[in-house]
Design a protein around this ligand. Structure first.
Ligand code: F6R
Length: 242
């Protein structure tokens, strides 16, 4: 595990954007695994800037998002579809057919999960997976549990996740209780992983994930077993690891 302590959110985001840009420059048809949430927002911003100012080319990039809320339509401003188009895809030259996000309105969840895993496999797996981390140590929406879920699956969101994500909704009662998430095996099969953590609220989760035992109770701890993980920790999130 490569650990980089960044001097603030701006520095974390620039470093992350440079890693993604480097990946896309070296392999223009890269398969990127993408995360939503507040952490990668400025990274997306910087990638959009690199696209406009430096010609960073996404035309052959393929993307797979980690997760999507169940029951939110693509047009819903709280859906991860909306987030990705609004913050990233609408501003770069990625081909719309290359974008993959689980369908939160599916009538057949099992089939949707199998389809998603099949498409990832058919694209040759993920080259670079971007991850954020929940205050409870989740990655994607793989919540603390007694076992690791391997493949894409339906998740019941933890109360801690519902509370943390309530800031994006008008009221906590509007936060969906279920989601579809890529599983741990799929994430671990990515050739490279880039984990980002910003803010003091992530300090404990980062410490547990990186320095304590590997356990499904802290899903991100499984990353200790991956051969190519870079963790960029903004300094207030690194207070227990310095
Ligand atoms: C989002 C995702 C989540 C978030 C995590 C941190 O697609 O998979 O694991 O990365 O909940 O969220 P923020 O960045 O909002 O603190």
């Amino acid at each position: 595990m490569r650990i980089v302590i960044a001097r603030g959110y701006e520095d974390m985001s620039m470093r992350a954007a440079m890693i993604v840009a480097g990946q896309v420059c070296l392999k223009p048809d890269s398969v990127l695994g993408l995360a939503t949430g507040s952490t990668p927002l400025l990274m997306y911003n910087k990638l959009v800037e690199m696209h406009h100012k430096a010609g960073l080319d996404f035309s052959n990039v393929i993307s797979f998002n980690l997760d999507e809320y169940l029951g939110l339509a693509k047009e819903d401003q709280n859906s991860y579809h909306w987030y990705m188009y609004h913050n990233f895809f609408n501003h770069i030259n990625i081909a719309s057919g290359n974008i993959h996000i689980p369908n939160g309105m599916t009538q057949d969840i099992d089939q949707e999960c199998r389809r998603y895993d099949r498409e990832i496999r058919q694209c040759g797996g993920i080259d670079l997976q971007i991850l954020g981390i929940g205050t409870n140590g989740h990655i994607g929406f793989n919540e603390p549990d007694i076992k690791f879920e391997a493949t894409t699956h339906k998740v019941k969101l933890d109360q801690e996740t519902v509370s943390a994500n309530a800031r994006f909704f008008a009221d906590i009662s509007e936060v969906p209780r279920f989601a579809i998430s890529m599983g741990i095996k799929t994430i671990m099969h990515a050739k490279k992983i880039l984990l980002l953590a910003n803010g003091e609220s992530k300090a404990d989760a980062i410490y547990r994930a990186m320095y304590q035992g590997i356990t499904p109770e802290t899903p991100a701890s499984i990353l200790q077993l991956h051969q190519d993980v870079t963790v960029i920790v903004e300094e207030s999130a690194s207070k227990y690891i310095r």
